[in-house]
Design a protein around this ligand. Sequence first.
Ligand code: ADP
Length: 151
Amino acid sequence: FNPQSEVRQSAANLAKQIVNNYKAHPIVVQKSASVYDAIVQIFLEDVGTLYAVDKDGLLAGVISRKDLLRAAIGNNNLEELPVSVIMTRMPNIVTVKYDESLLDAAKKLIHNHIDSLPVVREVDKEKDMYEVIGRITKTTITRAYVELLEI
Ligand code: ADP
């Protein structure tokens, strides 16, 4: 029994897992939805981040808890304010493709100081057109870590 090589083996297993097998269901709102509705949604779905889509269902933005808090401070008409005004927009969204590794996803979360990544399928890369098919969060990575290292 060599504990060091066993840990190395587990770490290697974790690193090569594919995003598609670990992704969670994405919680999506229309980009025309109000900030008020987004706040209700974030509580109902018990998530930290919502993804906004356009009328064709393509990824348009990311809305985090802090984005919503910032919008709520000193704004008393949240039902009239569309999330498109406050969201982080394409092309500034960090995404992960379904066939990338969990290690790549974890690095993107860390390097960009964010909590979640939309898992996407490319529709037209040139035009920044992506379909959202899941989400990877820090919880996803933590769960994979526990599942793979618990012997
Ligand atoms: P919070 O702001 O609630 O702590 P995050 O740390 O995930 O949550 O978000 C920080 C900022 O980064 C927010 O303005 C959010 O819109 C933005 N953000 C979150 N996820 C992404 C992403 N995948 N790509 C680009 N920007 C993102």
